[in-house]
Design a protein around this ligand. Sequence first.
Ligand SMILES: [Zn+2]
Length: 122
Amino acid sequence: MTSDGETFPCPPWCTGEHRLLEDPEDGFLHSAPEAPEMTLAAAHGLHGGGQLPVQVLLCSRVPQLTAEPKPPVIEVCVDRHPGPEMTPGQARQLAAVLIELSDLAEVGQRGSTRSPGMVAGS
Ligand SMILES: [Zn+2]
């Protein structure tokens, strides 16, 4: 087997927009469509307890676009530190997004037994 000239396709969830990472040696990012931004309450005492934008992203780093993507990760981007306070309802909302992206991430993994549109017994 040889890797000469071998290329790896984007993960199935990739939008095709490949962001160059800050350090060019880190390469590029395959990224899924952005989940809707959530706004959570900031922790007590922080900027008067204002609102805190939180964005959850599914992405996979790759040194070169022709290389095999690294395992997908889910980034939780919080605008400020420390992290947000969540109501149980907001926590469930965040959890739902994380689960959705986790399921999406596993669609493109080798050896995954999951498949979109799993058929349950009728
Ligand atoms: Zn891609």
